[in-house]
Design a protein around this ligand. Structure first.
Ligand code: GAL
Length: 698
């Protein structure tokens, strides 16, 4: 069930709230100390000793080592084995597994098993269980405890402290994962959660009048007299935004508290968690005590790719955007905690990945600059909720699966590349860096847009992804950044459907453009303040000064599959999802006009020079993003920056002095003109579907 929900979430819009952090490309010194640049990327695998006969552990660790893995990930769902009775800890079995891992020269990543509490805990303290609208969770699942439960936090902390005391100083334990795929619980309605929500609002608004004002509580006579009267109704869109923010903070607190406990007892061990990069992801980016973030990724059957075998390869977008989203969140340092080694068991249909696809995904993670990659899981399970799920080895416990073999191949190739690493030549390719762009992103905009879509044809993920894919086809590196980031590092800044803005952001954007930056706004930007209320101005009026609009006269959307025309650059384009109709001021160039409907001839795209830079407001979503592509091409070319024209599904990235092309398309790609005479280290100049080529970029 959770999986189905997850697929739904993955297919709808991913989101995340960005941490207030800086975006140095290389990571802070503190984070850097955990990884050596020359290692490029470390590889690991999940192992559950508690699932297997102890007599097999030694053999399994030996085989894991033989395949080339460098660390094992353990103790993820093992709370009932670690603390079989309240306060009675049993570490003997884990000690044995840790010792065997050491014997085989494997490093260890440990996990706090708070996703699966033991039965004694849940029966003795039933108040820890999650309660959502019409759903009471119970033992037997995962994530069934409330992040607002103080009792659960207290019991979790006791166990985590005991674990950290035991292993926090073990030099073979390199890091920790808190919980598993933690997600916020915006539908939680327990009394404890309600009390925390009221406290959160008290702190945020100070007095009830300010809350009534921010929530527009006059509407439908919702006025509150006191914070203690507030509940979790999600009908009010402004209240909904606060529920989402609050739920993100509750989960972040749950994770941070554990992270702090581990850090207070450990030495030189990193602490992270493994997020799913998806909507609504209110918790992502709200933690303050993790060293960096990591993510999990399942490609098949979630992300369909191109052509006949696309369902076996997956989409080029899925790992790439997760890299570009997670990397900036923690100063350039991130990891991938789970990547499937083969078929999963939870899709509607679970086909075999195309031979080579697992390796392609591994290289895709590598291409983003990830510091490690771990796979779920080593042995295929023989019982439990994940029957049929592939592992690195099959059900006999020893024979590598195709995916397992591809992992081993990737591991040996990565080891080969390490020999060529040279810190004097580790800078990223210059033309690539000249093209770098940032995408301004906040989950809060997604929440608002999803709540008030206005047309079923609106899909925020599709909208945002349209821009992302154009830039990727230009061969541009992309960082997804938050409002607190330093914009000046990026010559181009896309601000797509950024509906909630304030003056502070507008000022920051203005000075970015004045200093030479090029901003590309898209539809539905700047309509609302941060509580989701429309400004008392003409529609979108907050941005007029910056974009040169005199007035947005109206906005439009078309029924069903209908498309209408726009003209730009002497060509015809079509639109159907969203259109804004502008009267421009004298200072702008009109780059696109509507060519039918009763407002034919009116402006759709406004371009304005500002200081040393420019703003372009693209007030329409065109069919297949064809118009947006032309506009971005022109902005790059006017700025004197050359772009590539990579076919759909082909990605180009650089890291640590290497170049890489990943082919998710359904045809071979001729990379000769990009690679030139440089030395190819992996693959060939013509990578076919699901193949890669890596070269030394010097
Ligand atoms: C992940 C989860 C793992 C495992 C896997 C199966 O989402 O974190 O624990 O259940 O799915 O594909």
């Amino acid at each position: 069930m959770r999986k189905i929900f997850k697929i739904y979430l993955l297919m709808s819009f991913f989101a995340g709230l960005f941490a207030a952090c800086s975006f140095a490309a290389e990571g802070s010194d503190n984070q850097k100390k955990f990884f050596k640049d020359e290692d490029l990327l470390l590889t690991g695998v999940y192992y559950y000793p508690e699932h297997w006969d102890e007599s097999q552990w030694d053999r399994d660790f030996a085989n894991i080592k033989k395949l080339g893995f460098e660390f094992v990930h353990m103790a993820e769902f093992a709370w009932c084995f670690l603390e079989p009775e309240e306060g009675k800890y049993e570490f003997g079995w884990l000690d044995k597994a840790v010792d065997l891992a050491k014997k085989h020269d494997l490093k260890i990543v440990l996990c706090t098993s708070t996703a699966t509490p033991p039965i004694w805990l849940v029966r003795k303290y039933p108040e820890v269980l999650r309660k959502e609208f019409a759903v009471q969770y119970d033992h037997g699942a995962r994530q069934h405890c409330s992040h607002s439960s103080e009792k659960y936090m207290e019991l979790s902390l006791k166990m985590v402290n005991a674990l950290a005391e035991r292993y926090g100083n073990d030099p073979h334990v390199i890091g920790w994962q808190i919980d598993n795929e933690p997600q916020a619980h915006p539908n939680e309605i327990s009394e404890e959660a309600k009390k925390h929500f009221q406290d959160y609002l008290r702190k945020k608004y100070g007095d009830i009048d300010s809350l009534n004002e921010a929530w527009g509580a006059r509407f439908w006579g919702q006025m509150y007299g006191d914070f203690s009267q507030i509940g979790f109704s999600q009908r009010n869109p402004h209240q909904y935004l606060d529920i989402m923010r609050f739920s993100g903070d509750e989960t972040a607190k749950f994770l941070d508290t554990q992270a702090e406990a581990i850090k207070s007892k450990s030495k030189n061990q990193w602490v992270t968690t493994n997020y799913i990069p998806h909507l609504p992801a209110p918790a992502i980016g709200r933690c303050r005590s993790l060293d960096f973030v990591s993510y999990t990724r399942y490609m098949i059957p979630v992300y369909d790719g191109l052509g006949k075998e696309g369902f076996r390869v997956g989409s080029s977008f899925a790992i790439s955007y997760a890299n570009d989203f997670f990397r900036p969140l923690s100063d350039g340092i991130y990891g991938v905690m789970e990547l499937q080694p083969g078929q999963v068991n939870w899709g509607k249909i679970n086909p075999i990945p195309k031979p080579g696809a697992v390796r392609l995904w591994l290289w895709s993670v590598w291409a983003g600059g990830s510091k490690f990659i771990c796979t779920y899981r080593y042995r295929e399970p023989l019982y439990g909720s994940e029957l049929y799920h592939y592992g690195v080895v099959g059900p006999d416990g020893v024979t590598p699966t195709r995916g397992g073999t591809e992992f081993a191949k990737f591991i040996s190739e990565n080891a080969e590349l390490r020999k060529h690493y040279d810190k004097n030549f580790s800078a990223k390719n210059k033309s690539y860096m000249d093209r770098r762009a940032a995408l301004l992103y906040s989950a809060q905009n997604d929440w608002e847009l999803s709540k008030n879509k206005q047309t079923y044809r609106w899909n925020t993920e599709r909208h945002w992804r349209g821009y992302y894919e154009i830039l990727k086809s230009f061969g541009a590196p992309i960082d997804m950044i938050s409002e607190s980031a330093d914009f000046s590092k990026y010559p181009f800044l896309i601000v797509p459907a950024y509906i909630m803005m304030d003056e502070k952001l507008v000022d920051k954007l203005r000075s970015y453009a004045e200093n030479g930056g090029h901003i590309i706004f898209s539809v539905r930007s700047g309509y609302m303040d941060k509580s989701g209320k429309l400004y008392e101005k003409p529609f979108g009026g907050l941005l007029y000064g910056l974009t040169g609009a005199k007035r947005m006269e109206e906005f439009d959307m078309l029924p069903d599959q209908k498309f209408s025309k726009i003209k730009a650059f002497g060509k015809d384009f079509e639109w159907g999802v969203w259109a804004e109709i502008f009267t421009p001021s004298e200072e702008v160039e009109v780059w696109g006009q509507y060519a039918d409907e009763f407002y034919s001839g009116k402006a759709a795209v406004l371009h304005k020079k500002i200081g040393k830079g420019s703003t372009t407001y693209i007030g329409v979503q065109s069919k297949d993003f064809a118009l947006e592509r032309e506009i971005l091409k022109k902005i790059y070319s006017d700025a004197g920056i050359k772009t590539l024209d990579l076919p759909e599904g082909v990605l180009l990235e650089y890291r640590d002095g290497f170049g890489i092309i990943l082919n998710y398309s359904d045809k071979p790609f001729d990379a000769a003109s990009i690679i030139g005479a440089r030395k190819i280290l992996v693959g060939s100049k013509n990578p076919d579907t699901a193949e890669v080529v890596v070269w030394l970029d010097r």
